[in-house]
Design a protein around this ligand. Structure first.
Ligand SMILES: *Cc1c(COP(=O)(O)O)cnc(C)c1O
Length: 366
């Protein structure tokens, strides 16, 4: 990328419509495109295959993650599903143990259907100990959701490659502003763009970015075949959102660091999980029986699922995002019922800190 990322994103979609000079990229709602002559195409035939608004967005995202091809889908889950269609039935995978609950549910479901097999790991050592030539790909989150565990993408990709496996990274939490897995050896990146990339809690979207043209072409073929691609209007909202991604993310991260300090020094907080980067913070509350009253006491933080938007949210993974992971399994890896997860927004940090402090005042001190 020649220019800096802020410049590139602010200008995304500008200068694409020479005819009118539109500064904001047009929304092409047409599902079909006329052929100028028999056997000729404008490059657009049918919107499932390719849409002009989506194409602008996909080119932007490919550049952002430094990949050859991006595909924008209707949700993060459809992006993950698209990636797993790359592998033949019966394939085996090694995946992060602490994982978004929906990804876990999807893996369990395709395992139940006999389509794939999954093994779980926490550390690079556990990965190295379990991997064999039978593993088709390694799928990781780093940092993980919600325990913020980290692995080295470079190391994971080296281990995977040594056995001929691909590396897939869910980069939802850090975005390419802080982490570019394809530059560290990963083959594929997925995002729930519903979260930081779109950032306004108003569109559901997913992204897959492939490092090589070859993988990109195969994914385009699969996307055209199975039809998970995002509608034009949502693509336009997504383009608009990306223009402010650096502004939003920088503010969210700055706020998160202030919130982390307040939590770390609060007597009603047992433990804080923050990887030192990004805007996701988890913490354990001193008195687990006060989770409900604490959530009800908050005025600014909204008790809701999801993350990454401009509005700060608080989530209770045990009953919300991670409820589909069996209790014994959750407890065994540290996802205990005293854990809460914060997604820090762009509000004033001191207002956020004050809300947490007044909320925590009702929790018994440790
Ligand atoms: C939300 C989320 C997903 C799923 O994305 P949707 O857009 O909700 O389908 C996948 N991975 C992570 C890390 C998430 O937070």
């Amino acid at each position: 990328m020649g220019e800096n990322i802020e410049t590139f994103l602010a200008q995304l979609g500008n200068r694409v419509d020479e005819q009118t000079g539109a500064v904001s990229a047009p929304i092409h709602l047409s599902t079909t495109y006329s052929h100028p002559k028999f056997g000729h195409s404008t490059g657009f035939d049918y919107t499932r295959t390719k849409n002009p608004t989506r194409a602008i967005l996909e080119e932007g995202l490919a550049k952002l993650e430094e990949g050859a091809q991006a595909i924008v889908t209707s949700s993060g889950m459809s992006a993950i599903q698209l990636v797993f269609q790359l592998f033949p039935a019966g394939s085996a995978f090694l995946v992060s143990r602490d994982l978004y609950g929906g990804s876990y549910r999807y893996f369990k479901e395709i395992e139940r259907q006999g389509i794939a097999k999954f093994l779980y790991f926490d550390t690079e050592e556990e990965l190295a100990a379990q991997i064999t030539e039978n593993i088709s790909a390694v799928f990781i989150e780093t940092p993980t959701n919600p325990l913020m565990r980290e692995v080295s993408i470079k190391r994971v990709a080296e281990i995977a490659k040594s056995k001929g496996a691909l590396t897939i990274v869910d980069n939802t939490f850090l975005t390419p502003l802080r982490q570019k897995p394809l530059t560290q050896g990963a083959d594929l990146v997925v995002h729930s763009a519903t979260k930081f990339l779109a950032g306004h809690n108003d569109i559901l979207a997913g992204v897959v970015v492939a490092k090589t043209q070859e993988l990109g072409e195969r994914l385009l073929y699969l996307a055209n075949t199975t039809g998970p691609t995002l509608a034009a209007f949502d693509c336009w909202l997504f383009i608009r959102s990306l223009k402010t991604l650096p502004l939003r993310f920088n503010q969210q991260e700055k706020n998160a660091k202030i919130v982390v300090e307040v939590l770390q020094n609060h007597p009603a907080v047992k433990e804080v999980f923050y990887p030192g980067v990004g805007a996701m913070v988890s913490f354990k509350i001193a008195d687990e029986s006060k989770v409900g009253p604490f959530l009800e006491q908050l005025k600014l933080f909204t008790y809701a699922e999801s993350l990454g938007g401009v509005e700060s949210l608080i989530t209770y993974p045990t009953t919300q995002t991670h409820a589909d992971i069996p209790e014994a399994e959750r407890l065994a890896y540290g996802l205990t019922p005293d854990l809460l997860r914060l997604s820090i927004g762009i509000e004033d940090a001191h207002d956020l800190a004050a809300d947490l402090t007044q909320g925590l005042s009702i929790v018994t001190r440790k």
